[in-house]
Design a protein around this ligand. Structure first.
Ligand SMILES: Nc1nc2c(ncn2[C@@H]2O[C@H](COP(=O)(O)OP(=O)(O)OP(=O)(O)O)[C@@H](O)[C@H]2O)c(=O)[nH]1
Ligand SMILES: [Mg+2]
Length: 296
C-alpha cells in the first residue's frame, strides 16, 4: 500500500465508523468489492466495422495479452486492459456476419456469456448497406440470450457518409448534408432493428467525432455498480462532468443498496438496525467524497 491507498482506505474506515459495530466489517468488505469491480464489455460487429479502433479511441491503459475464454469452437477473445491498478475486460464476440446456424452450442455460448457482460457495444459501419446479418444475429441470438437491454449500437466511420468529401476536417465533424444523412441512417437502423433500448450513437473513431457523447451514453446504459469502474478506464478527455456525476450517483446508490441488504440480512436487533438505517445516508455521503481517490 502506498500513502494514497492508506489515506483512502482510512477514509472508508472513517466513513463506516458511524455504523453499528455488528455490521461494520461486512459493509467494509462489500465496499472493497464494489471499489475493485472489474467491468466486462462485449464488442460486436462485422469485421472491419472499427471495433478495435473504437476501443482504442475510448479507453486508456495498456492492452494485456489475449486469452481465449470458453471451450467452444467459436472462440471468444478477451482482452484485459490495465491502467494503474484497475482493469477492464473487453470481450470480442464473434458471430455477426457468419452464417448463423442456430445450433445449441452457439446458443449456449451466448446465454453463458451474457450474464457476465455489463454492456455490449455493437459497431456498425456508417456506409454499410447490408444490415441483414446484424439484424438476424441481434434478433435470433442476442435478444433470446437476454442481451437487449445491454446493447448499445454505434454507427461508426460516419466521416465516410455521403457526401464524404464534405467532412469538416478542421472541426472534425460532419457537414450539414452529411449530418442529415447520418440522422436518416440512424432512424433507418433503429426501425430495422425494431427500436433498440438505447439510442444509436453516430461516431467516427478515427476522427474522434462524438466519442464524448458515446461515453456518456455508455455510462448511462451500464448497471450502476459498473459505472464508476468503467469511467475510471476512459480517456481523461471523456470524463466529462456529466459522466462523473452519473457514475458518482450510481456508486452512491450501489453503496446504499448494499448497506440496506446487509441490515436486512445481518443478525442484529431492531434498535441496532434502526440505528444503522439512520446512519446510512451519512455513510453514503462520506464514501462519495472519496470517489476521486478510486475512480478519478
Ligand atoms: N475513415 C474511418 N476509418 C475507420 C474508422 N474506424 C475504423 N476505421 C478503419 O477501418 C479499418 C478497420 O478497423 P478495425 O478497428 O480494425 O476494425 P475491427 O472491427 O476491429 O475489425 P476486425 O478486428 O477484423 O473484426 C481500419 O483501417 C481502420 O483504420 C473511422 O471512424 N473512420
Ligand atoms: Mg479488431
Amino acid at each position: 500500500m502506498d500513502n494514497n491507498d492508506k489515506a483512502s482506505s482510512n477514509q472508508i474506515k472513517d466513513a463506516v465508523d458511524i455504523l453499528p459495530e455488528g455490521i461494520r466489517k461486512i459493509v467494509l468488505g462489500r465496499l472493497n468489492e464494489i471499489v475493485g469491480y472489474e467491468p466486462r464489455i462485449g464488442i460486436m460487429g462485422k469485421t472491419g466495422s472499427g471495433k478495435s479502433s473504437l476501443c482504442n479511441a475510448i479507453f486508456k491503459g495498456e492492452e494485456c495479452p489475449v486469452s481465449d475464454v470458453g471451450a467452444c469452437t467459436r472462440e471468444v477473445k478477451e482482452v484485459r486492459i490495465r491502467f494503474g491498478k484497475r482493469s477492464i475486460y473487453l470481450v470480442d464476440i464473434p458471430g455477426v456476419g457468419e452464417s448463423a446456424e442456430r445450433d445449441s452450442e452457439y446458443e449456449n455460448l451466448y446465454s453463458g456469456l451474457m450474464p457476465k457482460l455489463d454492456l455490449i457495444l455493437w459497431v456498425i459501419k456508417g456506409d454499410d448497406r447490408v444490415l441483414a446479418p446484424d439484424e438476424r444475429f441481434y434478433k435470433d441470438v442476442l435478444i433470446p440470450a437476454g442481451g437487449k437491454s445491454k446493447t448499445l449500437f454505434v454507427l461508426n466511420q460516419v466521416d465516410k457518409i455521403e457526401p464524404f468529401r464534405e467532412w469538416d476536417e478542421q472541426n472534425s465533424c460532419p457537414s450539414p448534408r452529411q449530418m442529415k444523412n447520418i440522422v436518416e441512417k440512424k432512424e433507418y437502423i433503429s426501425q430495422y432493428l425494431d427500436f433498440p433500448e438505447h439510442p444509436i450513437i453516430a461516431v467516427s473513431a478515427n476522427e474522434g467525432y462524438n466519442v464524448t457523447h458515446l461515453v456518456e451514453e455508455m455510462v448511462r446504459a451500464l448497471p450502476k455498480y459498473a459505472q464508476s469502474a468503467v469511467t475510471a478506464q476512459v480517456k481523461e478527455e471523456y470524463k466529462t462532468k456529466k459522466v462523473i456525476e452519473e457514475a458518482k450517483d450510481g456508486f452512491g446508490d450501489t453503496v446504499e443498496r448494499v448497506i440496506d441488504e446487509i441490515i436486512d440480512m445481518a443478525p442484529i436487533s431492531k434498535p441496532v438496525a434502526t440505528l444503522a438505517k439512520a446512519a446510512k445516508k451519512i455513510v453514503v455521503e462520506g464514501i462519495k467524497k472519496v470517489w476521486d481517490f478510486f475512480f478519478g
